[in-house]
Design a protein around this ligand. Sequence first.
Ligand code: NAP
Length: 308
Amino acid sequence: MEEYDLVIIGGGPAGLTAGIYAGRQGMNAVILERMTGAGSGYMVPLMENYPGFEVTSGKELLEKMRKQVEKHIPIRNMEEVKEIRENSPGDISLTTSQGEYRAKSVIISTGSHHRRLNVPGEYEFLGRGVSYCATCDGPLFKEKSVVVVGGGNAAVQEAIYLNDLDCDVTIIHRRDELRAEKYLQNKLKGHEIPVIWDSVVEGINGEVVVNSVSILNRKTQEKKDLPTDGVFIAVGEEPLNKVAQSAGVELDKEGYIVTDKHQRTNLPGIYAAGDITGGIKQWVVACSEGAVAALIAFVEVMEESEIK
Ligand code: NAP
């Protein structure tokens, strides 16, 4: 069994920043990442609000951050934490897909995943026209027609990104106004991207690959099929909270982890940072929560060692 001062669960912006801060404090720490760091942060095609970078992308920033982390502590990819158990304050057991760990402290930065539409065809055509990631799959649809479903920041950013790739893009949104920030709404006006308002996708159709979506206008009750080659779904996110649940960490009614302003959860030695804590889901917030969690974990692990 490996023993650590700190185990960080999740290698997105929050977990990586926690890793940089923990490593620089000299903590014996490790990041366990269930994939290869290609979580929802990786999928942001274009970022214009990360301070110091006028324009960047999730992929570029994550790659830079990973390099920075690896100067200090290891990142273990493809190792999924299945369960955590607090034996006593400062003594936490973790079971992963690869083995067992013991840690004095844990930061949960497992993030969130894409909400599903839950309509017929969505699962069936996943990877054959249905996608949750324009950055990953957009180039496959160059010069083809695609719809983007949703009206938030992600939907508008993805629509603009796909339009820049020469896709023929249409947004489908369930209301008559977008939720996306004003800057992105103004940017959208500079592109020829029609929006189908007040409408929901009721089904995704095709044979081998997608060839249309069935749409219902919620105001007029009119139904129609819109031919399309691709369906990019960007209807929000849901917390990845299984690990937190396994430990008995307190969650709010939407399933996000409740923390104090020092990123402490209800369990001593277990902290949370990033999108898994809900609230403002921005990179800069995730990074700052990761830094706070690591610095507080450092102080509290040191205090605990001195008492012992
Ligand atoms: P979001 O802000 O929660 O927006 C989700 C959109 O999907 C909303 O327009 C919502 O409609 C719609 N929607 C939800 N469920 C739906 C359903 N079942 N059918 C049809 N439409 C549905 O989610 P997001 O755009 O993925 O962003 C997630 C978080 O990341 C947000 O906090 C966002 O601010 C942040 N983010 C920030 C940036 C940035 O800073 N530039 C970029 C990307 C994401 P309603 O509007 O009617 O609710």
